[in-house]
Design a protein around this ligand. Structure first.
Ligand SMILES: NC(=O)c1ccc[n+]([C@@H]2O[C@H](COP(=O)([O-])OP(=O)(O)OC[C@H]3O[C@@H](n4cnc5c(N)ncnc54)[C@H](O)[C@@H]3O)[C@@H](O)[C@H]2O)c1
Length: 414
């Protein structure tokens, strides 16, 4: 029995899911193969993912593969209630309602685990964490992880010998993080900032905290919209890379002084704190695109503000000392809370990886250890080749002579 907002929203959900499906043809090809081979027949899959139209296509693919699927949300503000309704109407057990309380959110996670999943799928390691704490009575064959922050947690568990089962770091597939994190987060985060504020980005000082895959994407898209981009980054190689891209590179305090808009995307906590709020300009806009809502220290911002008002949808105004600080989407992933998340075309590759990872765990679990695995490179090559072809690109085929040359050590200066 699902917990959703309203089953009557299912037809609206169908429209959205079909729209996304048009741009998810790699996943469609996998789904067509799964319809014949049924690789997940008889398995229970428990997923904790953002409940979006793209995720819905992945859930339907897993169902096509023969799995029984239960889904909860990986963020209380990212659920599309229409999508949840459609899935519930189509034999997926869904526990997700946009805007639920924290208690309800964790109840939903537990309801998914009540289905005794054979394989779990996380975006932020919430199910895996429960499987190592309150629900350690449940045994799974393996799990999949979608995002950087989740993978960092899992690698720490592996290092400390705490991991109880194998996990596939889907995030670490090249066809995931080089595209989803960069092009997906880049476009959809700027989309979130624009939808929330209706501001003209051209000419603004946009500061990006973190120059990993996601930060690169956000900086590129902000720059493309005419912003003067400044990057804050503690890793010297990445900071230098940002500088040579043509961005200003400053420390967090200097960057905070000049910012009109700040987007955090670090996976770290309190990267914006009171010392930064103190030096910001009045009217500065803060948004977070990192996984958890801890990148901006909202607790201190609230404690030290005389007033907090919602001034329009998704925008909260904090009267902090003598200035106004505007926070978008309650400091949660701005691309999912304000906009609709990554475009389907890029999720196509991420979710092709997820679908193939489920099959890979089913085929290999007997030989796997309690470690964090990456999918074989051949999977990346297959997904990339299919996507390239679908998008009209042509791959260069090397001759045997060229392959031989690249493989050999005998040839040198002639
Ligand atoms: N919004 C989305 O839809 C979405 C999509 C994918 C990943 N994510 C999340 O975004 C975050 C970043 O992901 P990524 O793949 O770019 O990770 P990454 O590890 O490649 O990059 C993070 C960067 O932040 C830097 N950093 C750490 N602390 C910092 C600080 N205090 N100030 C400035 N920079 C700091 C690191 O040095 C690193 O270069 C993670 O939490 C990830 O889970 C979000």
């Amino acid at each position: 029995m699902s917990s959703i907002k309203d089953l009557n929203l299912a037809s609206k959900g169908a429209e959205e899911i079909n729209w996304a499906a048009r741009q998810m043809q790699v996943l469609e090809e996998i789904s067509n193969e799964f319809a014949l081979s049924k690789p997940l027949d008889g398995l229970n899959i428990g997923a904790c993912m953002h409940v979006t139209k793209e995720t819905a296509n992945l859930m339907m693919t897993l169902k096509t593969a023969g799995a029984k699927v239960a889904l909860c949300a990986s963020n209380p503000l990212s659920t599309n209630d229409s999508v949840a309704a459609y899935l519930a109407e189509n034999d997926i057990e869904v526990h997700a309602i946009r805007g639920v309380s924290n208690d309800e959110f964790f109840k939903h996670l537990n309801l998914v685990l009540d289905t005794n999943p054979d394989i779990t799928m996380d975006d932020g390691a919430d199910l895996v964490t429960l499987l190592h704490t309150d629900r350690s009575d449940i045994s799974v064959l393996g799990s999949m992880e979608e995002t950087t922050t989740g993978v960092i947690r899992l690698k720490s568990m592996e290092k400390n010998d705490k991991l109880r089962f194998p996990v596939v770091a889907v995030n670490d597939s090249d066809t995931k993080h080089l595209f989803d994190n960069r092009f997906g987060t880049g476009q959809s985060s700027m989309d979130g900032v624009v939808r929330a504020t209706d501001m003209l980005i051209a000419g603004l000082n946009v500061v990006v905290f973190g120059f990993g895959d996601c930060g690169k994407g956000v900086a590129e898209r902000a720059y493309g919209m005419g912003a003067k981009v400044t990057v804050v980054e503690p890793d010297s190689v990445r900071a230098l890379e940002a500088l040579m891209h043509g961005y200003e590179v400053k420390n967090s305090l200097e960057a905070s002084k000049i910012a009109d808009v700040i987007i955090t995307v670090t996976g770290n906590k309190h990267v914006l704190d009171t010392q930064h709020f103190d030096v910001m300009k009045s009217g500065v806009v803060l948004a977070n695109a990192g996984h958890f809502d801890v990148e901006i220290n909202l607790v201190e911002l609230k404690n030290q503000s005389s007033e907090v008002n919602r001034v329009r949808d998704h925008v909260e105004s904090y009267m902090y000392k003598d200035k106004e600080v505007l926070v978008l989407g309650e400091g949660r992933l701005v691309n999912l809370t304000v906009a609709t998340g990554h475009p389907a075309s890029v999720m196509d590759m991420s979710f092709a990886n997820q679908a193939l990872a489920a099959e890979w765990i089913k085929e290999n679990y007997k030989n796997l250890e309690s470690k964090v695995y990456t999918l074989p490179k051949s999977v990346d090559q297959k997904i990339a080749a299919t996507k390239l072809k679908l998008m009209g690109g042509q791959l260069e085929i090397l001759s045997d002579d060229q392959l031989n040359y690249l493989d050999s050590w005998e040839f040198g200066t002639s």
